[in-house]
Design a protein around this ligand. Structure first.
Ligand code: NAP
Length: 283
């Protein structure tokens, strides 16, 4: 019988460490600051922005929000981003996705200075990640996944990591990070003929699809470590992409949903803001 990873405990411990870092920066006269742009009516996005605000408050990080209505244009958002790029008191800029449909996401994300790209979606940030350079920001969800895997002393070299999902924000970046760590990586997606053929071979299985319980017990190798990234709202309840209770019978460890990758994602954002503040004030 496997166990659910106590992600809350990991996050609590790392938050304490981060708070100390923020305090030591404050003693040097530096206060990390995050700017958040919300240009959407999406209810989930409003909740995520609220969670980020709460963690900033807890850790003593300053936060500035731009809540924009549907009349906003791509150029308006780009102008705000550019102002923030040039504001030396702002260390990190986050544009909450998804945006209003009429807005040009690529143009907006590309306008963020990669030095302030704490969400890690800028093409330059992703490009550096893909060629194996890690001195820029790691996108928050993959970074949060690695926080969990590292905390439980996961071995990567020689292991087979299978990623289900190939999105820009989760599947692709986590595959590159695991590849760099020495795992052999397989990526499955909607056109993969039979995902169970691959998931059954996984020592490390990361599922980021957005389909409730798409991964069942018979698809998991005995002793596997399973990371469930999915967030699905069913009848007012949040469930993951993995049938956790049954998969527990075969896996060694699994992240819970809720209270798993989601909470490390917010932590990662704050870690990136603190890292940005340090980079920008290096000398
Ligand atoms: P996404 O952009 O919609 O990508 C989903 C991926 O799943 C795509 O690559 C898609 O393949 C693949 N897929 C769809 N149906 C499939 C199937 N039947 N078999 C195999 N692969 C399939 O989603 P995302 O942004 O990566 O998010 C995935 C899930 O994670 C969602 O539930 C989201 O809410 C959640 N999420 C959670 C966090 C967190 O902090 N916990 C952060 C981000 C996302 P194609 O590329 O071929 O279409």
């Amino acid at each position: 019988m496997g166990e659910k990873i106590n992600v809350k405990e990991i996050v609590t411990r790392r938050k304490k460490m981060l708070k100390k870092e923020v305090e030591s920066l404050k003693n040097k006269g530096l206060v990390p600051k995050l700017a958040v742009i919300l240009a959407s009516d999406d209810e989930a996005s409003k909740i995520y922005v609220g969670k980020k605000r709460k963690m900033c408050e807890e850790l003593g990080v300053l936060q500035q929000e731009y809540i924009l209505d549907e009349s906003v244009t791509t150029d308006d958002v780009v102008n705000i981003v550019e102002k923030l790029n040039n504001d030396s008191t702002v260390n990190g800029i986050l544009v909450q996705l998804p945006l209003f449909k009429h807005l040009d996401m690529d143009k907006i994300l590309d306008s963020i200075s990669y030095k302030k790209d704490v969400d890690g979606f800028h093409p330059l940030t992703l490009g550096k990640l893909f060629i194996g350079e890690h001195e820029t920001f790691i996108p928050c969800t993959p970074k949060g996944i690695m926080t969990i895997l590292d905390d439980i002393n996961t071995e990567y070299e020689g292991k087979h990591a299978v990623i289900v999902g190939r999105s820009r924000i989760v599947g692709k970046p986590i595959s590159q990070i695991l590849l760099k760590r020495g795992a052999t990586v397989t990526i499955c997606h909607s056109k993969t003929q039979d995902i169970s053929l691959y998931t059954k071979q996984a020592d490390i299985l990361v599922v980021a699809v957005g389909k409730p319980h798409i991964v069942t017990k018979d698809m998991v190798k005995k002793g596997a470590i399973v990371v469930d990234v999915g967030i699905n709202r069913i009848d007012g309840k949040i469930i993951g992409d993995v049938d956790t209770e049954n998969v527990l019978e075969v896996c060694s460890k699994i992240t819970p949903v809720p209270g798993g990758v989601g909470i490390t994602t917010v932590l990662s954002l704050l870690e990136n803001v603190v890292q940005a503040c340090k980079y920008q004030n290096k000398n």
